[in-house]
Design a protein around this ligand. Structure first.
Ligand code: GLU
Length: 494
């Protein structure tokens, strides 16, 4: 048997370090067994997915050196590797389940489903579909579909009993069927849900081992049942421990940078980040912490993965990056610096901003310091302003952060538009509104044009700097956050 593993990111938002971590372990396992590692793009959520995000996934994984054997860009014998291009395949498979009586068409409106869930919650029961449409005859279903009624396809699940399954690392797991919902398999827009697509694709792409995040354990019963319904053999499953913030909560962008491009822009070495991620839930037999991917692959054994919650610690990562820097020859170091930012491509974005403002070339570095390196640290005093108090600074930055979190890419005009709208909502002059943003982004009150700077810095660094400025301003308590959320919602719906 050839081992085949895959990573299956959804192209939404920034490429996450969690994706790199899962890719890394799947790739190492496949390579250690002489097998293949596949990249599949799970883009069935058409509202959230975007092709820019997909591009960024490719670029980020390539930057980390995590190459794949088959994928949307490379092709391969089991394509397409992009789920949105496999709609007919899922539809056909869902139909087979309906014909065999394992799935049914459901016409329940969102309103009805809400009521059912509310009643179940009030009665202290697990919220799940109540089976309202299970008994409809094929004829009734046909008529209603012909009538143009909106519908979904749901899978049937046993009402009682316990689902037992085995995870390679965790052993036997049991989940009562009562906790499992009659999952929607095909949505009203004709797109499959994750649950149908993942089973169909893993089978058709001949995946032998699924190494995925532990957040998917509770979905396992549905997946196991679908394999049974189709009469297919199920790949082996292994649920990897989730990466954690230092406070042990699930790694989140509110507490830590999580986007791979952030680490690239901030100048961490790719080798160090990959090495660091390999230490998440794993240790070498001789406990050494610095090793290459080749060494990782040659020692890799699934049984060596530990289930403890691995903490993603920026200080440790910086230390490791320093070890890599010091281990380089001067020539290699020079190449890394060039590749990172001091190259024609990057400079060509900065040059139009500085040319007009420069007399002597030695004036360049102070102008661009915050574009290449970290901006100067801020203090509360930096925010002294004759019209804006601390609360207003917090509000402006939090609202703009929420606006910026909706974006995967920035355009200068669009940023100006957003800021104008918010200045208007808050009754401020645009100059005043931009004051805390200038500081957050550049660490100065005067800098190169702000929006062009933000475009050059990119979404990740910009957001990180705003988050940092928010914490310098005392942070946003839970209570304050609730208030701001309300105010933000009122304004943004205007
Ligand atoms: N699209 C899912 C995710 O992004 C994939 C989960 C899986 O590996 O099955 O987490």
């Amino acid at each position: 048997m050839t081992v085949r593993t895959r990573v299956a990111p959804s192209p939404t938002g920034d490429p996450h370090v969690g994706t790199a971590y899962i890719a890394l372990f799947n790739r190492a396992f496949a390579r250690s067994q002489g097998g293949q590692f596949i990249l599949r793009i799970e883009d069935t959520d058409q509202k959230r997915g975007s092709s820019e995000s997909e591009q960024r996934i490719f670029e980020s994984l390539k930057w980390l050196g995590l190459d794949w054997d088959e994928g949307p860009d490379l092709g391969g014998p089991f394509g397409s590797y992009r789920q949105s291009e496999r709609k007919d395949i899922y539809f056909e498979h869902a139909q087979k389940l309906v014909d065999a009586g394992h799935a049914f068409t459901c016409f329940c409106s969102p309103g009805r489903l809400d009521e059912v869930r509310k009643a179940q919650r009030d009665a202290g029961e697990t919220t799940r579909y109540d089976g309202h449409c299970v008994g409809l005859s094929a004829e009734q279903v046909g008529l209603r579909i012909a009538d143009g009624e909106s519908h979904v396809t749901r899978m049937k699940v046993p009402a009682t009993g316990v689902c037992k399954f085995t995870d390679i690392l965790r052993g036997e797991i049991e989940i009562p069927w009562q906790q499992i919902d009659m999952q929607v398999l095909v949505k009203a827009d004709g797109m499959p849900t994750y649950h149908l697509a993942v089973v169909v694709d893993d089978h058709l792409m001949e995946i032998t081992h699924v190494l995925r995040g532990e957040e998917w354990i509770n979905s396992f019963p549905k997946h196991q049942l679908l394999y049974q319904y189709f009469g297919w053999e199920m790949p082996l499953h292994c649920h990897l421990p989730l990466l954690r913030n230092p406070d042990k909560s699930k790694l989140s962008k509110r507490k830590n940078p999580t986007s791979i491009s952030y680490f690239q822009r901030a100048g961490y070495l790719a080798e160090a980040l990959v090495n660091y991620l390999s230490l998440m839930g794993w240790s070498m037999p001789d406990e050494r912490e610095i090793f290459s991917q080749e060494e990782f692959i040659s020692e890799f054994k699934l049984e060596r993965i530990s289930l403890g919650a691995p903490v993603f610690d920026l200080e440790k990562l910086s230390w490791l990056s320093g070890q890599y820097v010091r281990g380089m020859s001067e020539d290699e170091f020079m190449s890394s610096i060039q590749k990172w930012a001091l190259n024609r491509e990057n400079l060509s974005r900065i040059v139009p901003l500085i040319q007009e403002r420069t007399e002597k070339l030695s004036e360049i570095i102070p102008q661009v310091d915050y574009l290449l390196g970290d901006r100067a640290p801020l203090s509360l005093e930096s925010f002294q302003h004759k019209k804006l108090d601390q609360d207003m600074h917090l509000k402006i930055l939090q609202f703009l952060l929420w606006e910026f979190e909706k974006k995967v890419q920035f355009e200068s005009e669009e940023l100006l538009e957003i800021c104008k709208i918010w200045a208007d909502h808050l009754g401020l002059k645009i100059r005043d509104l931009l004051f805390p943003l200038f500081l957050a982004v550049s660490g100065k009150t005067v800098s190169l044009p702000l929006f062009d700077s933000i475009v050059i810095l990119g979404v990740d660094l910009t957001r990180m700097r705003i988050r940092d400025a928010l914490s310098v301003l005392g942070g946003v308590s839970k209570k304050k956050l609730k208030r701001l959320e309300k105010e933000y919602a009122v304004f943004s719906s205007v």
